[in-house]
Design a protein around this ligand. Structure first.
Ligand code: KQY
Length: 376
């Protein structure tokens, strides 16, 4: 059974745990729309399958697939991956799946954010988005988890990162954008974050990555890698408009403390050189009025920070760029004890996001005072 709850996670003693907390599974969706993924999504499907197989070495993976793609996805995905029929408008599990919350009794629930395709009719990326907006509810029903629905508050999972200890990281560019919640002031948005994530402190970076079609999602720009420790995307190129954005984020974070009163440690993670859609890549995408156009030469929002942490692993995008190894080394130094697994991800980037955007971790329910949920 899966109930729609009238209260909030905060009122009920639930909070969103950090990504490095134990996970019972990771959710993904199967790409197929030809107006976002080139050549009928075949190259993207291969990349998604590679990501799913990499995660499955550490954590069980479930992939939601349309009826029309069910057979194909089953054939192409690693046999360890669970495949379920679950329709969506595209394949961004981070943004359309539930953000899972837990309590001290080892219970898990879902937060079902209202979704408007990254801006609705004011800069949104496609229409309709009704099936995307049903994904969180469907996942909660499949798992038999109760759910909170944030009606009246639009948010995507990629727009927030939590440390699990009372702090959330986000961007003004996205959350204060008039195309998400035009009727809400900053203070009201903060209150929604407090209520649905059960946090005390909101850290607001001004902007995200240049030309990010999500309006600057935090999951491409910065994330927590441990309590009080942040990985920040960084370029030294002063001729790149990204440099000033990174510098402002750095200055802001260095001036802040988290909910526990800790000064933040901020670590720079190299950005790849600016990458854009090639003529050939743009040609492979269907032209459709209902979707965001993909033009040759358009800069893509490439960032290594768009990685997933899952049960001791960091699943890290690579771009066939000389900086791939630099980023992997930086993260290995920053996250000792985690296995860094690099996956070529240009095909996912072409669709507008990366590994973190296409995955949603479901935490393991652990009762406080027990080890892995079983009584000592
Ligand atoms: O940043 C993310 N969490 C998702 C990116 C979605 C892009 C849609 N084309």
């Amino acid at each position: 059974m899966s109930l729609l709850l009238p209260s909030t996670p905060r009122a009920d003693g639930f909070h969103m745990p950090a990504e490095w907390s134990p996970q019972s599974q990771v959710w993904m969706l199967w790409p197929e729309r030809p107006d976002n993924w080139r050549y009928g999504a075949k190259p993207a499907q291969a990349a998604f399958a590679e990501v799913a197989a990499a995660i499955a070495r550490f954590t069980p993976v479930t992939v939601g697939v349309s009826a029309g793609q069910f057979e194909n996805a089953c054939a192409r995905l690693d046999p360890a991956v669970r495949v379920l029929e679950l329709s969506a408008n595209d394949a961004w599990a981070r943004d359309v799946g539930p953000s899972f919350v837990i309590n001290r009794d080892g219970e898990v629930r879902g937060v079902d954010w209202q979704f408007n395709a990254w801006g609705g009719l004011h800069g949104g990326l496609y229409q309709p988005w009704n099936r995307d907006d049903q994904v969180a509810e469907k996942i909660c029903r499949i798992e038999g988890l109760d759910r909170y629905r944030s009606d009246g508050f639009v948010l995507e999972g990629g727009a927030i990162h939590v440390d699990g200890e009372g702090t959330v990281l986000t961007t003004e560019e996205c959350l204060l954008n008039r195309n998400r919640n035009p009727e809400l002031q900053r203070g009201q948005i903060e209150q929604h974050l407090r209520d649905y994530l059960n946090v005390e402190k909101v850290l607001w970076l001004p902007q995200g990555i240049v030309d990010d079609e999500t309006n600057g999602h935090i999951d491409n720009m910065a994330c927590f890698v441990a309590p009080g420790v942040i990985a920040l995307a960084w370029t030294e190129d002063r001729n790149d408009p990204q440099h000033a954005i990174c510098q402002r984020a750095w200055d802001y974070l260095r001036s802040q403390r988290d909910a526990k009163g800790r000064a933040l440690q901020v670590h720079r993670i190299v950005l790849p050189q600016p990458l854009s859609h090639s003529e050939e890549e743009a040609r492979g995408i269907d032209v459709a009025r209902s979707a965001w156009p993909r033009r040759a030469g358009a800069r893509m929002a490439a960032s290594y920070v768009n990685f997933l942490i899952s049960n001791g692993a960091v699943i890290l995008p690579s771009f066939d760029d000389p900086t791939d190894q630099v980023a992997a080394n930086q993260l290995a130094d920053l996250m000792p004890g985690f296995q860094i697994v690099c996956i070529p991800c240009r095909e996912i980037l072409l669709g507008g996001g990366n590994i973190h955007c296409i995955t949603q971790q479901q935490p393991t329910a652990v009762k406080e005072g027990t080890i892995d949920g079983t009584l000592d």
